[in-house]
Design a protein around this ligand. Structure first.
Ligand code: ADP
Length: 260
């Protein structure tokens, strides 16, 4: 199932936040949404997750009426660990299942498999207090809570913010695993070095409008759209460019020779 946004507009108190957004998000893909603070990432993520409705334009799923019902979407907000509240990891994840009206007999297995998917074994973690875990573990418990209801779409807002490099790397690893398992994922982030290389689709937002959407490869050859969105190109693009400029990397497209 593909999610389609057509000419989406959204405003806060008559102040436009998103203008004319058109996007396709393919089933099982990883879309990375980037832009400077205030460019509209969180607003767009909430619309994609179905937590807000556009003022005009449409967000739909599938290409025919049977497919048009939205899949369950789960969104993990910035610093989600501030929302952990239960006395155990199990109870925290269970609360989300109850909210999504998942039948009670399925809860234990759902908690077990969600924890396994984020690399936290059930036996060692389910009875622990979420407040006594490391920052990276807390973040992974939040993602387990989001995926336990078997959403069709997982939306993550700044998932690596505030994590130290090893915790961020572990989280990145889990995101890749979830994508390999077939989950459709949309991530809003400033962490271009981590997420751009993994993206099936990169969306650059500038002042509430999409200034680039497509694969990462053209940005490798020409990072202009990143600069236009006010961003710094991530290291692997900068280094690639520097090496190309110094003639130590082949250009992506060799110039045709005159006798061809
Ligand atoms: P980002 O996630 O890229 O930082 P946001 O989606 O949070 O961007 O914000 C986009 C614009 O909408 C900004 O101008 C911001 O000030 C405004 N905005 C965001 N949330 C609210 C709100 N709750 N009320 C009023 N304006 C808001």
């Amino acid at each position: 199932m593909r999610i389609q946004l057509e000419n989406v507009f959204y405003q806060y108190d008559r102040k436009p936040a998103l203008h004319g957004i058109c996007l396709n998000i393919e089933q099982g893909s990883l879309t990375v949404l980037c832009g400077v603070t205030g460019s509209g990432k969180s607003t767009l993520l909430r619309l994609i997750a179905g937590l807000e409705q556009p003022d005009s334009g449409s967000i739909s799923c599938g290409e025919n009426d049977e497919e048009s019902a939205r899949p369950i979407a789960s969104m993990v907000f910035q610093q989600p660990e501030t929302q952990l509240f239960a006395s155990t990891v199990y109870k925290d994840i269970e609360y989300g299942l109850e909210q999504h009206r998942v039948p009670k007999p399925l809860w234990q297995e759902r908690v077990r498999s969600a924890l396994a998917q984020v690399g936290l074994p059930y036996e060692s973690y389910s009875r622990r207090s979420p407040f006594l875990l490391s920052g990276g573990e807390k973040r992974r418990v939040c993602i387990a809570g989001a995926i336990a209801a078997h959403p069709g779409l997982l939306v993550l807002d700044e998932p690596t913010a505030g994590l130290d490099p090893p915790a961020a790397a572990a989280l990145l690893d889990k995101v890749q695993q979830l994508r390999a398992d077939g989950l459709t994922i949309v991530i809003g982030t400033h962490d271009l070095d981590s997420f751009l290389p993994l993206a099936d689709q990169v969306v650059l937002l500038s002042q509430g409008a999409v200034c680039y959407s497509g694969s990462v490869d053209p940005l490798n050859a020409d990072p202009g759209p990143l600069y236009a969105a006010g961003l710094t190109a991530p290291a692997y693009i900068r280094i690639g460019r520097t090496l190309r400029e110094r003639g130590r990397l082949e250009p992506q497209h060799k110039p045709r020779s005159l006798d061809e």
